[in-house]
Design a protein around this ligand. Structure first.
Ligand code: ADP
Length: 504
């Protein structure tokens, strides 16, 4: 027996045969992803059913020196999917059997979930309980994990759209096998009424240590919810030109700073928006060439689109209650002389606006996933840097990235999720993963965009697994050393996801 087989047998003997598999076909399926790198095939997959089971798996992994790679639902497409950092690591699939909604607290507005609770499952439970609460949904896979997305600092579009901000109180199995509960959960008592209602309690705020890291396996989390507003009124503004982004960002900033609009305001470019409905018109042809400006203008005409679409929502007791806010929003955007307003009732009939309608309404729907079909071979890399909310800065970055994408034969697709100070940008690099040349160009494109942002002193947010070491190497040696020191303290044998986020 190989070392991993011996480990898997020890897990099976401690936790039952259903807790593990080394089936080659299953392992191969777990190893697939959409990035420009070979598949990373695990040597086994584990299915824990409780925190105790995770603890047993981690302790045995320390005994046998087996590297583990935890996933919740493994639906982070364009970021690594279910594949471990390297072939041979053992995937711990928490989502399969740890999928309980432990609590939904209506009065205080939070839920407590295990890693396998999907956006769909949480929404179904909220609905069953009267639909009086609202969660933040993503426009990504509805079968993604609420917990997994929050600890990866994923995002939605509504007021709770920054998912880590709304994560409060987690339970973690550390790499050394200890179980800790952060925040008030660390009080040596059987119950903790403050655990999921405040992040700010005695001592250091530890929750952040377990985001985008490899220090432990998160087995439970509190996630904040809000009351569902009686009326949700969407707004959309279409801008014709690529360079309008500068004005858009400067128009959004004061609306967010004054809290006129409670949701994040999203500015999405034409191809990002339309790719949920369309495929690249020269889909079967290699090498791929990006759509020309003339082709994009033709698409704008057919789909009544523009270079940029701005979306957001106002919440209120009734439509009348949102009227004053809507007047302010319209006045602001229409003063640009370029915005075309699309009111709520009209927008709801437009297919490519559905992702915004759903995510601002707390409905998981996943329309944006269709964009993976833009190119054959379904290759996708997500590039997610941010920028300060200064129009000239954001616009310069879009100009640079557009030139890099188009210069490498790929389409520029980007969406900026804007708050009062900061815009998180999501770039989709979509390419034919079956075409080696196009794959090489997509890889080059990611690195060139990352270097361009780095040159402005701007770092990436969530990073695809195959670029995490590259990004960690962009940091100062001192921070890299600090990350490694924490790793050694919490996971001395380097059991949890070695190499993840470049942390060894
Ligand atoms: P989702 O289903 O929301 O897409 P994933 O399961 O793909 O989320 O999680 C994204 C990444 O975050 C995983 O690849 C994994 O490295 C890390 N991760 C996910 N869940 C956990 C967890 N419960 N504990 C530790 N790390 C996790």
């Amino acid at each position: 027996m190989s070392k991993v087989e011996t480990y898997a047998a020890a897990v099976a003997s401690a936790l039952g045969a259903e807790a593990t598999t080394t089936d080659a076909r299953i392992c191969a399926a777990y190893g697939r992803h959409t990035l420009p790198a070979a598949d990373h095939i695990p040597s086994a997959v584990l299915y824990p059913d409780s925190t105790d089971a995770v603890q047993t798996m981690v302790r045995l992994a320390n005994d046998y020196g087996t590297p583990l790679f935890p996933i919740s639902m493994g639906r982070s497409l364009g970021l690594g999917s279910r594949a471990p950092m390297q072939s041979g690591q053992v995937v711990v699939d928490l989502g399969r059997r740890m999928n309980r909604i432990v609590d939904i607290n209506h009065d205080l507005g939070f839920c407590v979930v295990e890693p396998g609770v999907t956006f769909d499952a949480l929404y179904a439970e909220i609905k069953k309980r009267g639909d009086t609460l609202m969660m933040s949904a993503t426009a990504g896979p509805p079968d993604g994990s609420v917990l997994g997305n929050a600890i990866e600092k994923g995002g939605g579009a509504g007021p709770l759209g920054s998912h880590f901000d709304n994560l409060c109180g987690i339970e973690v199995v550390l790499g050394n096998g200890d179980v800790i509960r952060t925040g008030d959960g660390g009080l040596d008592m059987p119950s903790h009424p403050n655990w999921h209602v405040t992040k700010y309690t005695f001592g250091p705020a530890l929750d952040g240590l377990f985001t985008q890291s490899n220090y432990g396996i998160v087995t439970r989390a509190g996630v904040w919810l809000m009351r569902r507003p009686p009326h949700i009124r969407m707004f959309f503004f279409v801008f014709p030109d690529d360079e309008d982004l500068a004005a858009i960002i400067d128009l959004i900033r004061p609306l967010k700073a004054a809290n006129v609009v409670p949701t994040m305001i999203r500015a999405t470019n034409d191809l990002y928006l339309l790719s949920s409905q369309l495929q690249h018109p020269r889909s079967g042809i290699s090498p791929c060439t990006p759509l020309s400006d003339a082709e994009r203008r033709d698409l704008h005409k057919v789909h009544k689109a523009g270079s940029w679409t701005v979306s957001g929502a106002l919440y209120g007791e009734s439509e009348a209650a949102t009227e004053r806010g809507m007047e302010r929003v319209r006045k602001a955007f229409e003063a640009s002389g370029k915005a075309r307003y699309i009111p709520d009732e009209e927008a709801r009939a437009v297919p490519h606006f559905q992702a915004a309608v759903n995510s601002n309404s707390g409905w998981p729907a996943g329309e944006e996933l269709n964009m993976l079909k833009w190119r054959p071979g379904e290759g996708a890399i997500w590039f997610t840097p941010g920028a300060p909310m200064i129009g000239s800065v954001v616009n310069e970055l879009q100009r640079t990235c557009r030139a890099i994408a188009n210069g490498n034969g790929l389409d520029y697709m980007a969406s900026f999720v804007c708050g009062p100070r900061f815009a998180r940008s999501v770039h989709a690099i979509l390419y034919n993963r079956d075409d080696p040349d196009e794959t090489t160009r997509a890889d080059f494109c990611y690195r060139a965009m990352a270097e361009a942002f780095r040159d402005h002193g701007i770092f990436v947010g969530r990073a695809p697994t195959s670029y995490q070491a590259f990004h960690q190497a962009q940091r100062t040696p001192e921070i890299v050393k600090a990350c490694s020191a924490i790793k050694k303290a919490l996971d001395p044998n380097g059991i949890i996801a070695p190499g993840r986020y470049g942390i060894e």
